[in-house]
Write a protein that binds this ligand. Sequence first.
Ligand SMILES: [Zn+2]
Length: 151
Amino acid sequence: MQADRDQQCQPVVPGIFRASSGGQGLELVGGHCPACHRYYFPRPPRCPYCLGQVEEQGLGATGTLYTYTVVRVRPPYGLPSPYALGYVDLDGNGLRVLGLLAPESLDKLEIGMRLRLAVGQLGCDVGGAPCLRPYFEPAPPHPSQGMQPDV
Ligand SMILES: [Zn+2]
């Protein structure tokens, strides 16, 4: 079972995702500067604008695909070939983050599509050990986009 196998792996970078509040699903973890109200991912130790302390901040798990590319050269770190990277506009905080896209979704990717965060065993770490990586997978349309027919 995928979940059992995933529990034996460690995140590729500690602290960049967690169970969301209430334990329903996942969220990215970044930072928020309380002085100038900017969000960051990943979380810097200090705000580059005001040099204030940046607090840990859950950044949610959903967004919209801004753009993407499919990489067809030999992948690093045991990633599948080909694999896709995309810029995702996160909901609610104005951040645009670069992330992996679900390997099984390469033929379904469309700019503007809704995405949600997932975590799974994907590739290996710098030492060659299997690891958990966050990635984005296709999600149902945002409620503001109205009803969409099932595909
Ligand atoms: Zn600041």
